[in-house]
Design a protein around this ligand. Structure first.
Ligand code: 5CA
Length: 431
């Protein structure tokens, strides 16, 4: 992509309405544009990141056996009246009527819809276990939307729902989802702590929240220092061991009940990016979803639901990965891998940059080529602001010597690389 034609409305000034760094940087880097309170448009650069996050979440859901579905944004009030949540959900639920004056709502979550699908098609225990998920927009009329996409009213969520024949099987599914979440957040380049949680309006008895550690987090997280060592080899960890470690957030942490002290207890700020629940037969009972067992008796399946705040994650990743100059994307979610910066405005530099650009794209490296007729200061600050992992810088002097400079955005390290080996060098860096 060439910056001369790309729609990247960056801002020099810090927007006054943005109080947290991710919100400021998302606005300044031209990733999002506010439409109204808590509702945003995703502009090209932001959307590329959102899609990458979404895809990693999807791949890990698929890997654990989740089957992707897409349920309606608008749900009928009847289902919620049947489950008894219609009145209780309160003002966060956006309600409306269609032309026939039938009550509808913009879905804040989808336990009712998925249970309705289940009860219409699945009748035998032989079909279990089943896990469905979707990645779709939700609406919650938050009283105080803030921090940009971190607490929006309209937001993208991955919501998964599981059905198991008994408690033991349901807890196994819960464990599998715990492992899937740890893997997902690791791939996103995030340090995450699963803390024991309240089940709130969703209900149930087993629940964890996943908190990204970031100084600006809204929650105070207390956790066993062993989490810091587990993180390195997530694939090998014993999920039961993880679930047995102490980790609590905010008022769930009761110092008098905490088994850890001194060095063993870590404290940090956290942003909740995921929440998983095992709630037994709460919805299957009330909505009359039943399966017949081998002995002819019928039971309500055990259920769980599992959320990830996909759009919130984009903000959380920035909260955990930035410096004074701007965003520092983890490679797995970077909107482009390389910023190619041509300096000096000579025909020769442009020609070589053009060739580098084409050669990199040919081998599958995504490049944002700054071919604008701007000075070096503007180009460097744009590149640092939007935070692509690698910068390739070429000016007239380098060209004369046959060298391009490569800068790592995260470390600031710079290397001079001969032009002829640039493409293979970058490929190696990005493998
Ligand atoms: N039905 C369950 C799980 S499928 C559920 O709705 N859980 S939740 O309420 O905890 O939401 C799941 C995740 O969505 C949260 O962990 C959070 O990361 C994200 N989320 C919730 N509210 C917002 C919001 N207002 N803005 C952005 N993300 C949100």
């Amino acid at each position: 992509m060439k910056l001369s034609t790309y729609f990247l409305p960056t801002l020099k000034e810090t927007p006054s309405e943005a109080t947290v760094v991710s919100h400021r940087l998302m606005l300044r880097a031209g990733m999002i544009s506010q439409s109204t309170a808590g509702i945003y448009s995703w502009l090209p650069l932001g959307l590329r990141v959102l899609k990458k996050v979404e895809q990693i979440v999807r791949e890990e859901q698929d890997r654990m056996g989740g089957q992707e579905v897409l349920m309606p944004l608008l749900q009928t009030a009847e289902l919620w009246q049947e489950s008894g949540r219609y009145d209780g959900y309160g003002k966060e639920m956006l309600r409306m009527q269609d032309r026939h004056e039938r009550d509808l709502l913009f879905g804040p979550t989808a336990e009712e819809v998925i249970t309705d699908i289940f009860r219409r098609y699945i009748k035998s225990y032989k079909a279990l276990p089943k896990c469905f998920y979707q990645i779709h927009w939700k609406f919650r009329d938050e009283i105080r939307p803030r921090f940009g996409v971190m607490r929006g009213r309209e937001f993208l969520m991955k919501d998964a729902y599981s059905f198991d024949v008994d408690k033991e099987s349901a807890v196994n599914t819960y464990r599998a989802m715990m492992r899937t979440y740890l893997k997902t957040f690791q791939r996103l380049g995030l340090a995450v702590i699963p803390v024991r949680a309240d089940t709130g309006v969703i209900g149930g008895d087993l629940s964890h929240e996943f908190h990204v550690l970031a100084q600006t987090g809204e929650s105070q997280v207390y956790y066993d220092k062993k989490f810091d060592t587990f993180r390195e080899n997530i694939d090998q960890v014993d999920v039961d061991e993880i679930m047995g470690l102490y980790a609590m957030a905010d008022e769930m942490h009761k110092p008098e009940e905490c088994p850890l002290e001194g060095e063993d207890l870590r404290e940090a700020r956290g942003i909740e990016v995921g929440h998983i629940f095992n709630f037994g037969t709460k919805y299957s009972e009330i909505l009359n979803a039943k399966v017949v067992l081998a002995d002819g008796s019928s039971i309500a399946p055990e259920m769980g639901s599992y959320g990830i705040g996909v759009s919130r994650l984009v903000g959380a990743i920035i909260e955990a990965n930035h410096d004074e100059q701007g965003i520092i994307w983890p490679e797995s979610v970077a909107p482009f891998q390389v910023a190619l910066i041509g300096l000096g405005g000579t025909v020769e530099v442009s020609e070589v940059c053009e060739r580098i650009y084409k050669d990199l794209e040919k081998v599958g490296v995504s490049v944002l080529y700054d071919n604008r007729s701007e000075g070096p200061g503007v180009k460097f600050s744009t590149a640092d602001l939007i935070g692509l992992p690698w910068q390739i810088i070429l000016g007239p002097k380098g060209l004369q010597e046959g060298l391009a400079e490569i800068k790592c955005r995260r470390t600031g390290d710079r290397e001079s690389i001969p032009l002829e080996s640039l493409v293979s060098y970058m490929q190696e860096k990005l493998c």
